[in-house]
Design a protein around this ligand. Structure first.
Ligand code: ZN
Length: 545
């Protein structure tokens, strides 16, 4: 059938050319007609080049090859060229991936197609996982402060502090179960399981009933198979806050939590972190000589700098941080005027540190206040005197039709976009995002656990990368996801989207290029990162796979 149509098409083309030539000869004055004729001729030629002659096997495969070459990875991700060593590493990694993917598929257990909490051990068992752990990742640009650390650290360290008491009740699902309370006055003990207890006492009483406290706390703090619906996952974020209300308020706890989080990032090859922090920031408390002491918002922000200095002094003198201040969509204290006011106020606290990068609004986009509702207040605030405020909007963290927060994020000239998952519904924005160099902060594991893309192979970022949209990888809420650093997200993206080393390199490099670092800091960080990358490539080449 196709051959017949092709022949008919050929006849039609021949006839059309004769008619057009006749038209040009007999009506030479009709310039636009001539132009049209040339266009038709050109189109006919192109069509001829694309449509294979099905009678010839060679012709089909030659044209197929030609077609594939006309759709290369565009612009952004095709930029980095690989040297001989990198090409070798690219080949080695691809070979391991192919082998492991075949094995996973044979068993019907390809990890990116399953929920992260089920496949974490399988990822850790991959021969490429240690390679990803050592990969210099540059910056982590999308992570939230209270869930930036490790739940395991909360369970093994914070929950065992002498001033920490763990809430429990005999009522399954009671709101007190797993709640941590920090006090210098031991709560009353009923001798049973209702109330607040030191870790060791609660652990012993539960053990006598065959219950393991650490398993219970893991279940309460982290997502698992009981959180299977999208709304339940959003509820889990609220549960985290309600069970750990003083995590970011009790000064020694905040200090330990941040230091552990930053050290975990450093050990995962991350040298720069931009944390989303809720405003107004939590005011801390502590106990001195038996009395309660309260601290200011400025002192809370100082703790972030102190945690950075802790890492700089011990592990990496160039470790850097920035904070993106966030309002909670629709929350009383989170209107744009308050959030923008705090951006200006906090920005003046530590001159020379450039600690505050800008602002954002977070929360469930499908159930919360849209970005559009904040536009009048944003316009009013930005019209005021003072340094311009930069935006880093969460937008498009949704798979549902009708969410157009991305439109407002682009119109408000956001520097980066948190997620941008539903950009596939708004293709008209793609040229603007590309031209204005707005990076999408892609968080694969987060998007999977929120059920935006339960099978990561169908995540739209695979297409965004091939269409040359600037992208970086983020971990979002690693404590709640049972994730740490960025290695798991890199591994999932590499296996699910068929990335190559050029793309991995671009992801890492872009995380510094699109960071909020000052220009001189950025070029120094990029120079250091290039050296680390070259060292990593040399190291991978020495590994036996
Ligand atoms: Zn986020």
């Amino acid at each position: 059938m196709k051959r017949t149509l092709g022949q008919a098409g050929g006849k039609f083309t021949g006839l059309a050319v004769v008619l057009m030539l006749a038209a040009v000869l007999f009506f030479p004055g009709i310039g636009c007609e001539r132009l049209k004729a040339e266009k038709l001729k050109e189109a006919a030629g192109q069509n001829q080049r694309l449509v294979p002659d099905l009678r010839s096997t060679n012709d089909y495969f030659q044209r197929r090859e030609k077609l594939l070459k006309t759709i290369p990875v565009q612009g952004f991700f095709s930029a980095p060229r690989l040297n001989a060593s990198e090409t070798n590493v690219d080949r080695l990694m691809d070979q391991v991936r192919s082998l492991e993917t075949s094995n996973f598929n044979r068993l019907g257990q390809f990890p990116p197609a399953q929920m992260f909490f089920h496949v974490r051990p399988a990822i850790e068992g991959s021969r490429l996982f240690p390679i990803f752990q050592r990969l210099p990742k540059g910056g982590l640009l999308h992570v939230h402060e209270s869930s930036s650390g490790r739940s395991d650290f909360v369970i093994t360290n914070i929950a065992r502090r002498a001033d920490c008491y763990i809430g429990w009740s005999t009522q399954p699902g009671g709101p007190r179960r797993g709640r941590l309370k920090f006090t210098n006055a031991p709560p009353a003990d009923d001798g049973g399981l209702n109330g607040y207890f030191p870790f060791s006492i609660l652990e012993a009483r539960l053990r006598s009933q065959g219950v393991v406290l650490t398993d219970e706390l893991r279940h309460l703090y982290m997502l698992d198979e009981t959180d299977l619906q999208e709304d339940k996952v959003w509820a889990a974020f609220g549960t985290w806050w309600s069970l750990l209300p003083d995590l970011m308020r009790h000064r020694p706890v905040l200090r330990d939590f941040l230091r552990d989080a930053f050290q975990t990032f450093h050990e995962d090859g991350i040298s720069h972190v931009e944390l989303r922090v809720m405003v107004p920031v939590a005011t801390m408390f502590d106990y001195h000589a038996g009395g309660l002491v309260n601290f200011s918002e400025r002192e809370t922000l100082q703790e972030y700098l102190a945690a950075r200095d802790f890492i700089c002094a011990r592990f990496n003198p160039h470790f850097s941080i920035r904070l993106v201040l966030c309002g909670l969509r629709g929350h009383t204290n989170s209107d744009a005027a308050t959030v923008l006011g705090k951006v200006r106020e906090y920005g003046n606290y530590f001159p020379g540190e450039h600690l505050i990068a800008g602002c954002d609004f977070v929360g469930n986009e499908d159930g919360g206040r849209p970005t559009l509702a904040e536009v009048p207040a944003i316009r009013a605030a930005t019209a005021q005197a003072g340094a311009p405020i930069q935006f880093y909007f969460h937008a498009g963290e949704s798979a549902r039709p009708g969410n157009d927060n991305l439109v407002d994020a682009v119109l408000l000239e956001t520097k980066r976009i948190g997620h941008g998952f539903n950009l596939f519904r708004l293709p008209a924005l793609e040229p603007l995002i590309r031209t204005n160099r707005i990076a999408l902060e892609i968080c694969p594991i987060s998007n999977q656990l929120l059920r935006l893309s339960p099978d990561l192979r169908t995540h739209p970022a695979a297409g965004y990368i091939h269409r040359g949209l600037p992208c970086v990888l983020g971990s979002d809420d690693p404590a709640i996801f049972g994730n740490t650093g960025l290695s798991y997200d890199f591994w999932e993206a590499y296996y699910a989207w068929g990335l190559d080393l050029r793309m991995l390199k671009q992801f890492a490099e872009s995380s510094l290029t699109f960071s909020a670092l000052e220009p001189d800091e950025k070029s120094a960080a990029l120079a250091r990162w290039h050296n680390q990358w070259d060292a990593w490539v040399r190291w991978v080449e020495t590994q036996s796979f």
